[in-house]
Structure formats: structure tokens, C-alpha cells
Design a protein around this ligand. Structure first.
Ligand SMILES: Cc1cc2nc3c(=O)[nH]c(=O)nc-3n(C[C@H](O)[C@H](O)[C@H](O)COP(=O)(O)O)c2cc1C
Length: 290
């Protein structure tokens, strides 16, 4: 093993749910004293996979049974015909799939990943966990017992593992430091944004302030998907130039009430943060910066 007590947690996630689950799983592995990072599959140098002994995969399904964008490169590599069938002989793994049984191809990406890892000689620690968004308890209905089983199984490889009093100690993945306590800026109107007020419009390339004027549900109330027609209006009746094929990137803004509530909480905990401070957020693994 490259490192003692190493478990790697890799995820494929389109809209962050699998990422959030992967980070929860990673925190549990940290609480048990394991080392190793949590990463999107495409951010992991895949040529090193042959040296890994323990990997937990958290994989959602998107589109019509497709794998998420941030595992496409990884998945393409795994599918190479030139890979010998024993490439991953050292690897012990678990796959937890996140899906929705209202889709025809339920959890396809996770199922395909589990199958391919086995074809390449890896040993499953336990059967794939098939989380279903349709379940009353959401993904946790499958995830919680699956994790209990996983950690019980890991005891076979790590006999000193203490899982009985495993608490959910908070293990930070990010180091946050204040880099600039800028002066508070007075905003001229309720729509103004702090960056616009600083004259940093170029920060957003061709940014415009927009207001939502209509937000109408277009699907039946009884239909499981909530699809919306949202109408936006420029604040100063500015003309927006666009051509077919252009993409509109919307950055929603938090309401003033929500921002005030959040900073009220910081204040009540004696945390010196103001909305206009600039922060530096750095990723760290095992307590060290990357
Ligand atoms: C556009 C779209 C397509 C989806 N397609 C599937 C699918 O084919 N099979 C499935 O089991 N779940 C499907 N799902 C459900 C997602 O897998 C599920 O919501 C999951 O929690 C999303 O995880 P993520 O946020 O990490 O991408 C789809 C969800 C969306 C929004």
C-alpha cells in the first residue's frame, strides 16, 4: 500500500448531491483514522488506480442512464479494451449509486461502474448500494445501512477499527481565511451588487442585473417534475444582444433578509465576518493544504 490506512473516496456528480454524499463518507473515514482524499473521478490521476487498495465510489446517474460529466474521462479510460482483466487486482471497492427509480435506467452509471471494476479484477467489499430519490427517506434510506455494512466489512482488513463510538466529528475540507477587510460600500439601489458598485463589471464578462418578473410552473401539480418558465427583465430596460446557441449563465443573489440572518448568526457566535470582507478558501486533505 502506498500509505498505511488509506481509503480514497471518488465521486461522479452532476448537480452536487453525490459530491455532498462523498464528502460525508470521507468525513466518516477520517473519524475512523483513515487517510486519503475525496475527489471527483476526473480529478484523480487514474494511472495511480492500480496501486490503490481501498476506494469508495459515489456515483449518480444523469440524462438517460448516463454518467455525470465529472467522471466521463475516468469512465472512458476504464472502458479501454487494452486494459488487462487483472489491472485492478489489488483494489477493494464499494460503489454507492444515487438515482431515481422514476427513470427507466435506474442507477445505470453506478451499476456499470460496479460491473466494470469487477471485470478488471477488483474485489467488491459489498454489493452496490442503490439509493433512490423516490424513497420517503431519500438516499439515506439505503446509504445509512450500506455504510454500516461497509465499515463492518472493513474491520476484516483493519481489525483495530473502532466503529462503535464513531461520532460525526466535523472534519473540515476547506481552510477559510480573511484576506481583506474592505470598507463597507454603500449601494445605490436594492438591485445593486457589491461588485457592480465597485466598478468591477468586467469581473462578470458581459454581466447584467436582471429581475425575475414571472415564475410559472409548466408541469401539472401532480407530476413529479417541477419545470418552470421564468421570465427575466433587465433593470434599466437595457437591450440584451444574443444569438441562437448562446448560453445564459444566471448567478442568483441571496435576499437581503437571508444575508442579514446569516451575518446575525455569525455575530451571535462572536465571529468577526462582514458581508464585504474578502475570503480565501483553500482545499485541504488530512489537515494539510493541497
Ligand atoms: C436531468 C436528470 C436526469 C436523470 N436521469 C436519471 C437516470 O437516468 N437514472 C436514474 O436512476 N436517475 C436519474 N436522475 C436522478 C439523479 O441521479 C438523482 O437526482 C441524483 O441524486 C443526482 O445526483 P447528483 O446531484 O450528484 O448529480 C436524473 C436526474 C436529472 C436531474
Amino acid at each position: 500500500m502506498r500509505e498505511q490506512n488509506r481509503i480514497l473516496v471518488l465521486y461522479g456528480s452532476q448537480t452536487f448531491t453525490a459530491q455532498e454524499v462523498a464528502e460525508r463518507v470521507w468525513r466518516k473515514t477520517k473519524a475512523l483514522g483513515f487517510r486519503g482524499p475525496v475527489q471527483a473521478m476526473d480529478d484523480y490521476p487514474i494511472s495511480l488506480l492500480i496501486h490503490e487498495h481501498f476506494v469508495i465510489f459515489v456515483c449518480s446517474t444523469t440524462g438517460q442512464g448516463d454518467e455525470p460529466d465529472n467522471m466521463k474521462k475516468f469512465w472512458k479510460f476504464l472502458l479501454r479494451k487494452s486494459l488487462p482483466p487483472n489491472s485492478l487486482i489489488k483494489l477493494h471497492f464499494g460503489v454507492i449509486g444515487l438515482g431515481d427509480s422514476s427513470y427507466e435506467k435506474f442507477n445505470f452509471a453506478g451499476k456499470k461502474l460496479h460491473k466494470r471494476l469487477k471485470q478488471l479484477g477488483a474485489t467488491p467489499l459489498l454489493d452496490i448500494g442503490l439509493c433512490d430519490y423516490q424513497h420517503d427517506l431519500g438516499h439515506d434510506a439505503v446509504l445509512t445501512p450500506w455504510l454500516d455494512q461497509l465499515f463492518t466489512k472493513l474491520k476484516c482488513y483493519f481489525p483495530n477499527l473502532q466503529t462503535d463510538n464513531m461520532n460525526d466529528t466535523f472534519i473540515p475540507k476547506w481552510k477559510v481565511s480573511i484576506i481583506k477587510k474592505e470598507k463597507q460600500i454603500k449601494l445605490d439601489s436594492e438591485y445593486e451588487d457589491i461588485y457592480f458598485a465597485r466598478g468591477q463589471k468586467s469581473y462578470y464578462l458581459e454581466a447584467n442585473l436582471l429581475k425575475v418578473t414571472k415564475n410559472i410552473r409548466t408541469t401539472e401539480e401532480t407530476h413529479f417534475q417541477d419545470v418552470r418558465l421564468i421570465t427575466l427583465k433587465t433593470i434599466e430596460d437595457a437591450k440584451l444582444n444574443y444569438k441562437p446557441g448562446d448560453v445564459l449563465n444566471i448567478r442568483p443573489r441571496n435576499s437581503k433578509e437571508d444575508v442579514d440572518d446569516l451575518f446575525g448568526i455569525f455575530k451571535s457566535h462572536n465571529i468577526d465576518l462582514k458581508p464585504y470582507y474578502r475570503l480565501l478558501v483553500e482545499e485541504c486533505h488530512d489537515g494539510k493544504l493541497n
